[in-house]
Design a protein around this ligand. Sequence first.
Ligand code: PXP
Length: 239
Amino acid sequence: MAKLAVNVDHIATLRQARGASYPEPVTAAMAAETGGADGVVVHLREDRRHIQERDVRILRQVVQTKLILEMASTPEMIGIALDIKPNIVTLVPEKRMELTTEGGLDIITHFNNIKDSVKHLQNGGIKVSIFIDPDLDQIKHAHKMNADMIEIHTGAFCDAVTESEQEKEFARVVDAAKIASKLKLGVNAGHGLGYNSIKRFKGLNEIDEFSIGHSIVARATIVGMEKAVRDMLELVKAL
Ligand code: PXP
């Protein structure tokens, strides 16, 4: 049965939007675990737009399942990861101006840099996943550099508009999952997945774990709205 790792970046996005001390991503992570999440994911970006280093340090102390740190393959981030020691690091590409991670890491072009990072992190006792597009050559290179697992970028599938585009993109994900599994790489998948698109993965047993954030945080704001209003109304009525 596939597992679910929950990304709480966007709880931090809401906090940073106001420069407030709430909502607290650590509390959200605890709630995700209470809800049955198999892991907590955060992306510490170079520009610190949502998750802060302090969040990752506290999460390391309180997460009971596993802590997955998404980060760029840079000396600064490798140093932070080796110090905090998440259970897993997922290496992702990062561009300053992007709204969210755009595309997988090109580990063919950046083979030597990424290979060194994988080795450094593994020597520090951290498992390493690499976020790549569902592309055979990229998968072969992940295997070649001894990554523990890959995360297949599902963004193109999730963004596909027409049915034929969706079929084409999903077929790429299926092929990638099967090839990576044959190479004995762990296989995760994520980016853009929601409450409809996830249903398409039924029967694709090669995927060990899904990494999902935005759609879960978005739904939490809606399903929690009624109670949040009731709680405030109670206080207003008691004035
Ligand atoms: N996996 C990776 C590597 C990501 O960068 C992200 C976004 O932070 C996700 C999964 C989760 O994507 P989403 O928030 O769209 O569910």
